[in-house]
Write a protein that binds this ligand. Structure first.
Ligand code: HEM
Ligand code: HEM
Length: 713
């Protein structure tokens, strides 16, 4: 039995631990005046940690007590029998051996078991030490007058207390187990019943049973009579990378459509390389601001060149290319018009080329972010989208399926939203005063949420189940995510301007809506992750699934990070800092780019019949992922500190100097990301290149056939 005195001591220690911070707090206050907010925050954290530890320990103690109290004689006997049932073959052999020896006057079994458990310690020693800890901690309180002196003894005390208490509990548990072992030994010693021993011998035989390894094949040499195994190789070698599964080829795709999609992707990749080369240069300019003195290459002009090129050139064309594959595919019909597809492609490319030149020449819309292209340029982009919308709607109207698959819901509504927001952003009526700011928030957030995110989700709803070769986990969750995304995303644009002069209630609506975004994000993430159920092993053997997985993880974390940024308390620190830039890249890069890459690696082999070299796909994946982490994590840390420095009223230039190392990390991360795009472009080239590869087996057969024909004639 656990002694009553010991419980009292443990409880006293737990209660004392809970009140430690309060006691120290009071003292700190009396010494130094009121502790600051940071100190309050730290002490609250410590209190929480102590409470958690206390809770954990008290649960352990009560479990221990319950376990002891609840053991009736019957239950005890049952448990001893359970031990017997679960004996391994070796243990049964040992037991039978002992029984045999006993019969022949051998050693007593009890002695053997008791010896095994000798060496356990007595808990009274421990109890004496616990008292010491308490005294030690309380004696520290008198000298607590500064933050350091407050925290050091508390943390040390908590640490020691936790170590001591858990050691005490462990010893108590050991003692309990020792008792149980003694009881079991006594029970086993009484086990002389012949029948029981025979049962045990039978059980041992069962446990020792082994398959002969020839059950399925008999004595014959194994052979693949059904032709199920391919790529047989009897030579053993150490591969550099583990081989991935080959992509499925689908030769029955209209070659005209294939060409169109390949051009969309090719142009998208060109804009990725161009746009991120600019981004890389911008990143370098943060480290070396005097890199050049040309107006066309100034930071203010190049920044929108980067954002617009990656938005409208890379991500938009990449999405539309995949859309041209998915929309007809899930409608089970041909694309309504290949021609419209080409017109849209040229219009959008023209918009990005002209837009880039205009921006570099200093000709811009003068408006907010992502709408820096002048209106005639953006009109070209809009016309491209109108053509695509008509084309996709006509295709869906001719579908040979009853339902409209969820991908098409997402894709078509994304184009509708993009057209709506572009019109809203460019029509002059609302562009004055505060209205302009509200429109900017609306446009900017719908741009990322209702164009890129919605379209990309449509791609994932088709591609992910296809790559996993199993249906999407829940169609209903997909619909829920769809409608809640539309409900909340459209309300939250003004969270970009928290604390600005736009109405307070409008900001509050945006903040509440940002919290509501948790619903579609969690629904979507759950749906995707659950689709992996039972197929996780496929991730290791596939080169598209890791891209999907990273995209899903960032979809969840990046979006929830956005929710966290929208609160007034956090926005106060992070707004105007590079935290937003980190969030932009975690989402636009971590979600959108990774999903687009996944989709492209899945579709391209189906169009061209060729796969990218596995090693360079791996290089693309890892450089992009590691680069993104190098880019974003230091920026998040540096920006949080910078925001705090601003709040503390530090001079602006001091915070610029503070950011220097974090910007260097961004430039390093950006360089890795940029390098990964070179690998991606190379992989694309390998998948579309016409260079013939020699298939030795095919060639040998052809040669043999030719020789045979020649000999016959
Ligand atoms: C739950 C979903 C999300 C919420 C609540 C959210 C919230 C926010 C907030 C509050 C800001 C402004 C921060 C500031 O300036 O102080 C922001 C900026 C931004 N977000 Fe999100 N975000 C979400 C998801 C996304 C996604 C999915 C993307 C991209 C696909 C994205 C891309 C961006 C970008 C590019 C900016 C920078 C805008 C600028 O240039 O100022 N966000 N987000
Ligand atoms: C090699 C890869 C990339 C590098 C080195 C890079 C670098 C940069 C830099 C230096 C900025 C300016 C930040 C500032 O003003 O403080 C920026 C802004 C931005 N970039 Fe990138 N970028 C890269 C890729 C991308 C990609 C692929 C996308 C989207 C698909 C993207 C979207 C953005 C956005 C939305 C902003 C504006 C951020 C904001 O205002 O919050 N970037 N990038």
């Amino acid at each position: 039995m656990l002694k009553r005195g010991m419980y009292t001591r443990i409880k006293a220690m737990l209660i004392a631990a809970c009140f430690f911070p309060a006691v120290l707090f009071a003292q700190g206050g009396s010494g130094d005046g009121k502790p600051g907010a940071t100190l309050l925050f730290v002490l609250l954290g410590v209190l929480l940690a102590v409470l958690l530890a206390a809770f954990f320990l008290s649960v352990s103690v009560s479990n221990l007590v319950e376990k002891r109290r609840g053991r009736t004689a019957d239950a005890q006997k049952q448990q001893l029998q359970d031990y017997l049932t679960n004996f391994s073959s070796r243990q049964i052999r040992q037991l039978l051996e002992i029984a045999r020896q006993k019969r022949t006057g051998g050693q007593k079994l009890v002695t053997t078991l008791v010896i095994v458990f000798l060496g356990s310690m007595h808990s009274t020693v421990l109890l004496a030490q616990t008292g010491g800890t308490r005294t030690n901690l309380f004696s520290e309180t008198g000298i607590i007058i500064t933050i350091t002196l407050i925290l050091v003894p508390i943390l040390a005390g908590i640490g020691i207390m936790i170590v001591k208490l858990s050691a005490m509990l462990r010893r108590q548990r050991n003692r309990q187990e020792l008792e149980e072992a003694e009881q079991l030994a006594a029970y086993l010693a009484t086990l002389t019943d012949e029948q029981a021993l025979a049962e045990l011998a039978k059980r041992k035989e069962a446990l020792d049973y082994h398959l002969s390894d020839t059950e399925l094949s008999g004595q014959q040499v194994p052979a693949d009579n059904k032709g199920l195994i391919s790529n047989v190789n009897t030579r053993t070698f150490l591969p550099f990378v583990s081989p991935k599964k080959k992509a499925l080829k689908r030769p029955n795709i209209d070659p005209e459509l294939s060409r169109l999609i390949l051009w969309y992707m090719g142009c998208a990749i060109f804009w990725l390389l161009f746009g991120t080369t600019i981004g890389e240069y911008l990143g370098i300019k943060f480290v070396s601001p005097d890199a050049d003195h040309l107006s066309w290459l100034s930071f203010g002009r190049l920044r929108p060149v980067h954002t617009n090129a990656v938005f409208w050139g890379w991500a938009s064309l990449g999405m539309l290319g995949l859309g041209h594959y998915i929309v007809p595919m899930v409608s089970n019909t041909a694309l309504a018009s290949i021609k419209k597809g080409w017109y849209a492609l040229w219009l959008i490319n023209a918009a990005v080329v002209l837009g880039t030149l205009c921006l570099m020449a200093g000709i811009n819309n003068g408006g907010g972010e992502y709408r820096e292209y002048i209106w005639p340029v953006m009109l070209l982009f809009g016309l491209g989208l109108v053509l695509t919308l008509i084309n996709f709607l006509q295709t869906i109207a001719r579908r040979k399926t009853k339902e409209i698959y969820i991908s098409n819901w997402y894709i078509v509504s994304a184009i509708m939203f993009a057209l709506t927001i572009t019109a809203v952003a460019y029509i002059p009526s609302w562009q004055n005063g505060l209205g302009e700011t509200i429109i900017q928030g609306y446009y900017m957030h719908q741009g990322v949420g209702m164009w890129f995110m919605l379209f990309t989700l449509g791609i994932v709803y088709y591609m992910l189940p296809q790559q996993l070769n199993q249906p999407i986990y829940s169609y209903s969750l997909g619909i829920l995510a769809f409608w809640t995304q539309i409900l909340f995303y459209t309300l939250i644009g003004t969270h970009h301007f928290v604390f600005s002069s736009i109405p307070w209630w409008l900001q509050t609506v945006a903040i509440v809506g940002s919290m509501g975004m948790v619903i579609p994000v969690v629904a979507g993430t759950t749906n995707f992750i659950m689709t992996f159920k039972g197929a996780w092993h496929k991730v290791a053997g596939s080169y598209t699934l890791p891209f999907f997985l990273v995209g899903i993880i960032f979809y969840c974390t990046g979006s929830l990070q956005g929710t966290a940024e929208a609160f007034r308390s956090t926005n106060l620190i992070w707004h105007f800092t590079d935290f937003t830039v980190a969030h932009s890249h975690l989402t636009m890069y971590g979600i959108i780019c990774f999903f687009l890459w996944a989709g492209m690696y899945a579709v391209l082999p189906r169009l061209t019949g060729k796969e990218a070299p596995q090693v360079t796909v791996g290089a693309h994946f890892w450089l992009a992922l590691i680069g993104l982490l190098f880019y974003t994590i230091p920026l998040m840390i540096g920006s949080t500190l910078r925001g705090q420095m601003w709040i503390e009223g530090k001079p602006f230039i001091e915070t610029v100097v503070h950011m220097a190392p974090y910007w260097l990390w961004r430039a390093i991360g950006g360089s890795l990301m940029w390098l990964s795009h070179i690998f991606f472009a190379w992989n694309f080239y390998k998948m579309i290149s016409r260079t013939e590869t020699v298939d030795i087996k095919e060639l040998a057969l052809q040669k043999l056939e030719a020789q045979t024909v020649a000999t016959i004639h």
